[in-house]
Structure formats: structure tokens, C-alpha cells
Design a protein around this ligand. Structure first.
Ligand code: GAP
Length: 495
């Protein structure tokens, strides 16, 4: 299914590999004419529901490049890293926590090692590789199932024994070492260490460093949130699974500030998990593909009190979609220490000063977009003919309505269609298509997820002034007067 989605995205202009004409650049993507609309609709829906329709949340748009001290205080400079392993023979790099190895044991004796990269089929791959090794060395006896261990847990004496996933040969993998994921850049003309700056790896810190600006300039009162949508950059060691893990992506993050106290945060955390789940379903994600991963104490950062990820069953496995973390007052405290400026809040009701705590729902736009494609992708049969369609929720569909004159060589019919298009396109993003058989035009609209088609035919101009409204998912058609059409679409497309 992933191959079909990637193929459709390129063919229909949703997503392209970045710099494709130069051979591409790994971990970067460009959004085409339909992708940019889908992406914008997802962001607009989030902004409307998260900011504009709530009284307790305000917006922010902070700079991508911030004072380097921001990343020192937040801990990113020292700790935002993944363990990396190099293959000296192939010059390829792997995330050490995504590389697994196992001993190949025949009749109780270790005859060698196998290695695999983390994915849903890695146990199968490892057992197959073990079988092959047994055959190659001509070992006799029972082959035990391979027990996979993550490379970060390997004993140093094993590094030279574990084969590289690139070459299949042992001896070329390095010990794991930490690799900071922040992209470094230089600000100004000096090009020395004093000019070092970083592309932000998350939008969240821009919110924390503006906490005082927002509380001083607006009339927010606890509990309240600050939301931001924007690009984030991470020099991922192994970007993969299409747009799921890339090096340039966009986040939608919200920091919800609450009073301190261990009895305070659980209620807000629970509410935000539910809000996020319901919001995903409201824009068309399949509820049966959404899961939950509650982090155990061992998986939490030392300052974090709890974290629940909403997960999604992508074709390549169940993966994190939206993290809802309870971050205590760690970030504001660190920026207060780092900047020397007070980030305390005066609680008028309690007549006391404190550093607020925070609940953080943080999600990637690109991951939601991929999840909408997976949820919407469908194939069915209409009158014995196979069709593939994207059942996007109308709120996020790139085009809401296609206006189709039955033929293009009839002046009156074309001008009626233009009149309808002009009226509708002032309200919704519409597509005008007069080329080819109308059935083919319907299929094209189904494939890009346009929920409604309006057809203007001979009866419209010669008989009843009515048009045909076709529904994408059921392929049913009704005839409506123009007044009825406009009213019906208004009901269906008003969110
Ligand atoms: N401020 C907290 C934070 O950034 P995170 O779990 O590292 O937390 C939040 O990122 C969300 O951003 C993730 O749940 C995911 O949806 C998205 N995200 C993170 N890294 C990504 C990447 N390399 N490519 C695409 N999306 C990513």
C-alpha cells in the first residue's frame, strides 16, 4: 500500500522528492499543487480549532533561528542526539537503536551473527539470514530462533563480529556514538564559533522564550495555551518511510500552562489526549487505526511526569503520531536560569507567584498528512469498473467541488458552467474541467479526493435549469436547482 500511495502522490502532484532533477536529497520533500492545498487545509483546521475557536489559547510565530543560548538552556545542545553507528566499508550510517543483531546458534554452538534494521518483519529476516549462514558454513543440527538484541546493548567485544546490514560482512561497524541532530549554521560574516547558530529542532522553545512577552502583552490567565505552527529541522541519521521521518518537517505544537501541583495536571493531560484523538477523527483519520502508547517511567525524561503518544497504524507499522507530554516547569525554569529573567506568573486568585507547569500536545503536519492519505486511500468498483479514490474529509480535501460542463463545444453550456464555477469558487476551492468524457473526469476527481462534482448538461440549459451533484464516495447523483445546489453545498462544506 505504501508504494501505491507514494506513486499516487507523485503522479497526481501531492509530494515530490526534493531536488529530484539533481538526483534527490535524502530526507527532504517538496509539496506539489495538490499537496500544498492538503497541507494548508490541515494546518488551517488545526489553527481554527486550536486557536481561533477557543478563548484560552493564543497563537505565535517565532523565528526559526534563535539565540544559541536557547538550545543550551533547553538541553538540546548537550542532549538532543541519537546513537549512530558507521559502516566503514560502505560509508553508510545507521541509528544504533534501530539496528538489531543476533547470534546464530546451531546445536547449541554459536556459528556467527546476523544483523537487521528495525521493521515489522525483522524477526523473519533474521531467521532467514541465520538459515542461509547455517547452509553456507555447512553446520549440522538444530538451528535456534535468533534472539534479536539492539546494537546499543552489544558488548564491545561483539562490534567486530556483527555483520554490517550494507555488506553482510563483519568487521566494518563502529561502536555507537552520540550524534547531535541539530543543523548548525552561521549568523553574520565572521564564520567563527561565536557566530554558531542552529535551525530549530522543535517549535516549542520559541513558545517558552516568549512566555513573558505573551503574558505581558495579552490578557491571558492560567490555564491558557500558546500555539505555533512552523518548520523544524533535524539532521536525522536515517530519514525513512517517505515523509514520516524527514530532516525538514513542520510541527503544530501547543504549550498549555497550568498551575503547579501533582493533583492538577492529570485532569488536563487526560482532556488533551481526548481532544487530540477527537480532532484527528474529525478531519478524517480512521479511528480504528489510531492507538495509544503510554510511556512507562523508564521511558520518560527526568523532568517529565507523564507522556502519552497517539499512534497510527501506518503500512510500515504502528508509529508515533502525536505526543502529549506533561513537562512540569522544566523549560521555563531552565530559560529563567539561562536568561536571568524572571518567568514567574502572578496568580491573582491565589495571590502567589510561581513558574507554571505545562502540558504539551506536539504533532507533525507531515505525519498527519501521511495518516490522512492512508485513511483515505481506497479502491472499489462502480458499475463493474475498478476505481481508486481518496476519501478525504471535505474539510481537508484539496478541491471541494469540480464543475464539469458535459461538452465544451456548446457555448451556452460552457457559459452556464463558468457562472456556477465563479459563484462557487468565491466560497470554496473549485476545479473547472471541460476536457474528455465526463466519466473519465469523475475518475480523475475521485483519485485526487474531490468530494463533489457538479455537471452542467443539455437539460440544464434547454429544460430545467437543474444541475447534477455527484457524491464521490457513493457515486450517487441528484438533480438540483442552482439555489438548492448552493444551499446543499453550504450545508456540506461549512465547518
Ligand atoms: N516539543 C516536543 C517535540 O518536538 P517530538 O516527539 O520530538 O516532540 C513532536 O516531536 C512531533 O513532531 C512527533 O510526534 C512527530 O509527529 C513530529 N516529528 C518529530 N520528528 C519528525 C521527523 N523527523 N519527521 C517528521 N515529523 C517529525
Amino acid at each position: 500500500m505504501m508504494n501505491e500511495i507514494v506513486g499516487l502522490c507523485k503522479r497526481r502532484g501531492f509530494i515530490f522528492q526534493s531536488s529530484e532533477i539533481y538526483g534527490g536529497i535524502n530526507g527532504f520533500f517538496d509539496y506539489g499543487p495538490l499537496g500544498v492545498e492538503l497541507r494548508k487545509n490541515i494546518k488551517d483546521a488545526w489553527w481554527q480549532d486550536m486557536v481561533q475557536r477557543r478563548e484560552d489559547i493564543v497563537g505565535l510565530d517565532s523565528a526559526i533561528i534563535q539565540h544559541p543560548q536557547v538550545w543550551k538552556s533547553s538541553g538540546h545542545l548537550d542532549g538532543f542526539s541519537d546513537p549512530m553507528v558507521d559502516c566503514k566499508a560502505s560509508k553508510l550510517r545507521y541509528r544504533a537503536d534501530q539496528l538489531f543483531y543476533g547470534k546464530v546458534i546451531v546445536a547449541g554452538e554459536v556459528i556467527g551473527y546476523v544483523s537487521v534494521l528495525e521493521d515489522a518483519t525483522m524477526q523473519d529476516q533474521a531467521d532467514k539470514a541465520a538459515k542461509k549462514l547455517k547452509k553456507k558454513v555447512g553446520a549440522e543440527g538444530d538451528l535456534s530462533p535468533v534472539e534479536l538484541v539492539v546494537y546499543t546493548k552489544a558488548d564491545p567485544s561483539e562490534y567486530v563480529l556483527i555483520p554490517s546490514p550494507a555488506t553482510g560482512e563483519a568487521g566494518s561497524l563502529t561502536p555507537p556514538r552520540e550524534f547531535n541532530l541539530m543543523f548548525k549554521t552561521q549568523v553574520g560574516a565572521m564564520s567563527d564559533a561565536s557566530d554558531n547558530a542552529y535551525l530549530r529542532p522543535e517549535t516549542a522553545q520559541g513558545i517558552f522564550i516568549n512566555f513573558k512577552n505573551v503574558t505581558d502583552s495579552s490578557r491571558v490567565k492560567l490555564p491558557f495555551g500558546i500555539a505555533q505552527i512552523g518548520k523544524a529541522f533535524r539532521n536525522e541519521i536515517t530519514p525513512r518511510n517517505f515523509i514520516f521521518r524527514s530532516r525538514e518537517f513542520e510541527q503544530m505544537e501547543m504549550e498549555y500552562f497550568i498551575p503547579p501541583g501533582d493533583d492538577v495536571w492529570p485532569k488536563y493531560h487526560k482532556e488533551w489526549i481526548e481532544w487530540c484523538r477527537n480532532w484527528l477523527i474529525s478531519i478524517g483519520l480512521r479511528a480504528d487505526l489510531i492507538g495509544e502508547d503510554v510511556h512507562g517511567e523508564g521511558d520518560l525524561a527526568h523532568y517529565s511526569k507523564a507522556c502519552t503518544d497517539l499512534t497510527f497504524h501506518f503500512p510500515f507499522g504502528e508509529q508515533e503520531l502525536w505526543g502529549i507530554a506533561v513537562r512540569g516547569n522544566y523549560d521555563l525554569t531552565k530559560h529563567q536560569e539561562g536568561s536571568g529573567k524572571s518567568l514567574e506568573y502572578f496568580d491573582e486568585a491565589q495571590k502567589e507567584k510561581y513558574i507554571p507547569h505545562v502540558i504539551e500536545p506536539a504533532v507533525g503536519v507531515d505525519r498527519i498528512l501521511l495518516a490522512t492519505l492512508v485513511s483515505a486511500f481506497a479502491e472499489d468498483e462502480i458499475n463493474g469498473e475498478k476505481r481508486s479514490l481518496l476519501k478525504f474529509h471535505p474539510r481537508i480535501a484539496p478541491y471541494k467541488v469540480a464543475v464539469l460542463p458535459l461538452v465544451k463545444n456548446k457555448e451556452e453550456l460552457m457559459s452556464k458552467a463558468r457562472e456556477v464555477f465563479e459563484y462557487l469558487s468565491k466560497r470554496y476551492h473549485c476545479f473547472f474541467d471541460a476536457a474528455g468524457a465526463v466519466g473519465r473526469r469523475y475518475r480523475r476527481m475521485d483519485e485526487i479526493g474531490t468530494p463533489y462534482c457538479v455537471t452542467i448538461d443539455f437539460d440544464t440549459i434547454e429544460k430545467d435549469q437543474k444541475v447534477t451533484l455527484r457524491d464521490r464516495d457513493s457515486a450517487t447523483q441528484v438533480r438540483l436547482s442552482l439555489d438548492e445546489l448552493y444551499k446543499t453545498l453550504d450545508e456540506k462544506l461549512n465547518f
